[in-house]
Design a binder for this molecule. Structure first.
Ligand SMILES: Nc1ncnc2c1ncn2[C@@H]1O[C@H](COP(=O)(O)OP(=O)(O)OP(=O)(O)O)[C@@H](O)[C@H]1O
Ligand SMILES: [Mg+2]
Length: 216
């Protein structure tokens, strides 16, 4: 699904990624761990085309996404991957369902179709009752499931998650991991998840460790 080859990235004069190589198979759930500042978020953003790279290649289903033009990049971000951020990054003025349908409308689907898909996600994530609430009227766990639904609305093949359990308690974190497993089974999705939580990392199929910009 994803193959990162000899990836280098620096900010100003600091070399952050120093020749990263990783390979992730379809349907795998992989945890990415390492000390603060090791380059985890930088790596995730590179794979999600949210940040440029200096050298190397990133193959997504054998196609080098770092060579994409602007239009291909937008299509990739909107249709092929879903991003889940630590603090959910939901739009505060929009209700749960409005947050979820946005990527679908951007993809050019009709409002009716977007709502239909959003409602089915809301129901499978058990948050139908929250659909008309704004983020500040929902619990952390509910907001997170809305963020996951938003990440899933365009049926991506890869979910990139940066500390998705960051502000959840241990019960909620467990539920989240169960949910990822369920999503993997139902929608055939591959996951790359940054987590500082060792217990959660052990629930993944595999752990990749990064230290000082290198995979160890
Ligand atoms: N936009 C930027 N400009 C300059 N330096 C940056 C930028 N983004 C990240 N860095 C630096 O790159 C290094 C790696 O950052 P990164 O965010 O990838 O770490 P991380 O492994 O995700 O850490 P954490 O666990 O704390 O989130 C850090 O030293 C950071 O200061
Ligand atoms: Mg980070």
């Amino acid at each position: 699904m994803i193959q990162v080859n000899n990836l280098f990235k620096k900010f100003n004069n600091t070399q952050v990624l120093k020749g990263v190589n990783i390979k992730i198979e379809k349907n795998e759930i992989v945890a990415l761990q390492g000390p603060s500042g090791a380059g985890k978020t930088t790596l995730l953003k590179s794979i999600g085309l949210l940040d440029s790279i200096d050298k190397g290649s990133i193959l997504f289903r054998n196609e080098d996404i770092t060579q994409f033009n602007e239009k291909q990049q937008c299509f990739f971000r909107n249709q092929k991957i879903g991003f889940v951020f630590q603090f959910h990054n939901l739009l505060p003025e929009f209700s749960a369902i409005e947050n979820i349908i946005l990527p679908s409308l951007i993809a050019g689907h009709s409002l009716t179709e977007a709502k239909k898909n959003a409602n089915s996600l809301l129901s499978s994530l058990n948050i139908s009752a929250q659909k008309n609430k704004k983020p500040n009227q929902m619990s952390g766990g509910e907001q997170q499931r809305v963020a996951i639904a938003r990440a899933l609305i365009n049926s991506p093949k890869l979910i990139l998650a940066d500390e998705p359990s960051g502000n959840l308690d241990s019960k909620q974190s467990n539920d989240m991991f169960e949910l990822f497993n369920k999503i993997r089974e139902n929608f055939s999705v591959t996951f790359l998840i940054i987590t500082h939580n060792n217990r959660l990392a052990k629930m993944a199929d595999r752990i990749i460790n990064i230290e000082d910009g290198k995979i160890i």
